[in-house]
Write a protein that binds this ligand. Structure first.
Ligand code: BEZ
Ligand code: FE
Length: 290
């Protein structure tokens, strides 16, 4: 081929691909080839101007500056562009009947407190009392005895414990184990809809796109058990105003459940409640690993 001089808007793409043709890692080569082709095609298709290119560089710089050990703005960007949902969907195709996966989100921690079944994972978090119960089974209905269940959620104002720098202990999250018949139950508070953090560059972008930052009310679950694919999912609250416009595109009909409201009286824990309380029952079906 001619040397790599005098590259123009046509020949530049092939020149870059040729330059990285010695990449020894085959997967890296595949990804970088595709990335360069799509990136160049995007710039050609939109006839990207220099000032637009600069705006994009400034935006990505701001996204980076917004990141810290407590804030992952790049994940918010991926989530709000639908990339996270796409990657989850294409990596978790499951047999009919298995509980569907959805986005992980940025608020999981790996050292959440352990609770006995029936424990109160709210741990003092503000909100209306809610009793959650359910089962973990395999695709043939077999109980997944001892399955590890991690749950995490926001408070009644839509904030996760990790968003409050003054809190010294975790609230609204916990790790439990299903019993021998795959059953679990715990106490918590009612999930409410909340906006994702939108005080940074991703929030500005959403605004410029005429988009709201809200997620419908949900509980996060991560369920693991030997012999089964890890399940990362949510249970969404029926009736929520944002079920059809989740800012991160995470809603699946099969994950929507009723939070049943009960008048004041005896709760499932046999305590007396002098305010309304809620119950939620949800069955998780795990995909066996082959
Ligand atoms: C969440 O549900 O916790 C979440 C998911 C994606 C972006 C922000 C928050
Ligand atoms: Fe969430």
């Amino acid at each position: 081929m001619n040397g790599m001089r005098n590259l123009d808007e046509e020949s530049i793409t092939q020149a870059v691909l040729a330059r990285q043709s010695e990449t020894t890692n085959p997967r890296l080569k595949e990804i970088m080839t595709s990335l360069v082709q799509h990136l160049h095609a995007f710039a050609r298709e939109t006839k990207l101007t220099e000032s637009e290119w600069e705006t994009a560089i400034e935006f990505m710089t701001d996204v980076g500056h917004m990141c810290s050990s407590k804030r992952q703005e790049f994940i918010l960007l991926s989530d709000t562009l639908g990339l996270s949902t796409l990657v989850v969907a294409q990596n978790h195709r499951k047999p009919q009947g298995c509980t569907e996966a959805t986005v992980f989100g940025p608020f999981h921690v790996s050292d959440a407190p352990q609770y006995e079944l029936g424990g109160d994972v709210s741990n003092g978090m503000k909100g209306k009392p809610c009793f959650v119960s359910g089962t973990v089974t395999g695709i043939n209905g077999e109980a997944v005895a001892g399955a590890t269940i991690e749950v995490w959620q926001a408070d009644q104002d839509g904030f996760y414990d990790v968003q409050n720098p003054d809190l010294e202990h975790y609230q609204g999250r916990g790790v439990l184990h299903a019993d021998a018949s795959g059953r679990f139950n715990f106490k918590s508070i009612v999930a409410e809809s909340y906006p994702i953090p939108h005080d940074g560059p991703v929030g500005k972008l959403l605004e410029a796109l005429g988009r709201h930052p809200w997620r419908p009310a949900h509980l996060h679950f991560m369920i693991t058990a030997p012999g089964y694919e890890r399940l990362v999912t949510h249970v969404f609250r029926e009736g929520d105003a944002y079920l059809d416009t989740d800012v991160v595109f995470g809603v699946r009909s099969s994950l929507i459940a009723d939070w049943i409201k009960h008048p004041p009286g005896a709760g499932p824990d046999n305590q007396h409640y002098d305010r309304d309380f809620y119950t939620l029952d949800f069955n998780f079906v795990l995909n066996p690993c082959d």
